[in-house]
Design a protein around this ligand. Structure first.
Ligand code: NAI
Length: 415
């Protein structure tokens, strides 16, 4: 079997951690058991470009149990857990991913997975999809799945330009994905990344969160819960207003730059904090990014205006400005929760990857009837994932009485 990973000897540790995550993924486990019994993916090849984490490993193993031939590469050069990559190879899944790989290796790994001629692909950020359009335009693909907001934005842009050449399920847009993974998962694990890198106390600090979408909502809310004085920067008036009503101060980047102790970007946009902001920040300010690409902090500009830089702790780089002020960047400005911590906890990835697994089944079943375009998972599957998760968490769902059903369906009954 062909593969490219850091060290196969790390497999035992990877197996233990994959098992640990699997215990907190009951919905995916129920789907895995059904896939295994039905051999849902017999004779199918699946290529995945995703963060190589313990939760992704459980998804890959569920697909393999269902009869699929699966190959995996990383969706970010810094998010690969080398022990997980080793355990997957040990379990018979070709993996092409090394933590810290350079850009050329990152793309050559995408090509290695595509060389396995997958029928469908799982993507996270649309890099594999982009390669399939720019460099491998004649390779046949039945369909795909996209995990994250930034990837979905890219796909919609491709569909709008009329260039998207196969159907893709925007898994991110399922309620059981973005309302939980982006909010609770990114919220908690981004702070986890900053804590592991810098070991600071959030209480009493001014934490500036740029972007109040699902991720920013989670981050700002959790930071507030830890006792931080939270500031939100938003461009959208409704989201900015909800931040204000959720108890955060709302201001511009220019206003926030001089007062923040910690800055966290989650916009999916480019150069949110730039040279002019860095020049007004306080000594010791910490900068982190939770958005998909490492472009939200303009680190090229920061490097340009700095006299020196050094790694002061693992995943924490200190830039010293001309006047001696020190700014600290976590995980090279890449996804902080994956670069400096372990990504989202399995409990929440259970739902995201249950959605992914069901989306793969759905796209195989429906591909012949689907035109190229961006699709969302049918609502009944979304509801089913929520129902199963709630059941696993021990929550009961209210059943309506016949009288209540009738009342809700009627327009004639009033006071
Ligand atoms: P979203 O679209 O719900 O929210 C982004 C928000 O940023 C929007 O409210 C938008 O108005 C705002 N925004 C855009 N440009 C801005 C600017 N220059 N200044 C201030 N606000 C600005 O997106 P979501 O789901 O919150 O995702 C955000 C990013 O995080 C995406 O890149 C997504 O792919 C990524 N993501 C990362 C995860 C992780 O594990 N770290 C998990 C899920 C998503």
């Amino acid at each position: 079997m062909d593969y490219d990973i850091t060290d196969l000897g790390l497999a035992p540790e990877g197996h233990r951690r994959i098992e640990w995550a699997g215990r907190r993924m009951p919905v995916l486990e129920a789907i895995r058991a059904r896939f295994e019994a039905e051999q849902t993916f017999e004779g199918k090849r699946i290529g995945a470009c995703m963060h190589v984490t313990t939760e992704t490993a459980n998804l890959m193993l569920a697909l393999k149990a269902g009869g699929a031939e699966v190959a995996l590469c990383a969706s970010n050069p810094l998010s690969t857990q080398d022990d997980v990559a080793a355990a997957l190879v040990d379990a018979g899944v070709p993996v092409y991913a090394r933590r810290g790989e350079d850009n050329d290796t990152f793309y050559s790994h995408i090509h290695s997975v595509l060389d396995t001629e997958p029928h469908i692909i799982f993507d996270d950020g649309s890099d594999m999809t982009t390669v399939l359009h720019k460099e491998r335009a004649s390779q046949p693909i039945v369909g795909g799945m996209e995990e994250t907001t930034t990837g979905v934005i890219r796909l919609r842009a491709m569909a709008e330009d009329g260039v998207l050449r196969f159907p893709v399920v925007a898994v991110n847009d399922s309620d059981t994905k973005h309302l939980f993974d982006n909010r609770h998962g990114t919220g908690q694990s981004s702070l986890d990344g900053i804590l592991r890198a810098a070991n600071i106390l959030f209480a009493g600090r001014t934490v500036v969160v740029a972007g109040y979408g699902d991720c920013g909502w989670g981050i700002a809310d959790r930071a507030k819960g830890l006792g931080a004085d939270t500031v939100v920067v938003e461009k959208d008036p409704v989201r900015a207003l909800s931040a204000a009503m959720n108890g955060h101060r709302v201001m511009t980047t220019d206003e926030a730059a001089p007062i923040g102790d910690v800055f966290i970007t989650a916009t999916g946009n480019i150069h949110v904090f730039r040279a002019e902001h860095f020049l007004s920040m306080q000594d010791g300010a910490i900068l982190a990014n939770a958005g998909h690409f490492d472009v939200e902090l303009d680190l090229v500009a920061l490097d340009r205006i700095s006299e020196s830089r050094r790694e002061i702790r693992d995943n924490l780089e200190e830039y010293v400005l001309a006047d001696g002020r020190r700014l600290l960047v976590v995980a090279e400005g890449r996804l902080v929760n994956l670069g400096a911590a372990e990504g989202h906890p399995a409990d929440v990835m259970d739902m995201s990857f249950a959605d992914q697994a069901l989306a793969a089944e759905w796209i195989f079943a429906n591909a012949e009837d689907l035109d190229p375009g961006v699709y969302v998972l049918p609502e009944e599957l979304d509801q089913e994932v929520a129902r199963l998760k709630l059941e696993a968490m021990g929550g009961g769902l209210e059943q309506l009485t016949p009288e209540q059903e009738k009342y809700l369906a009627s327009w004639q009954e009033g006071t």
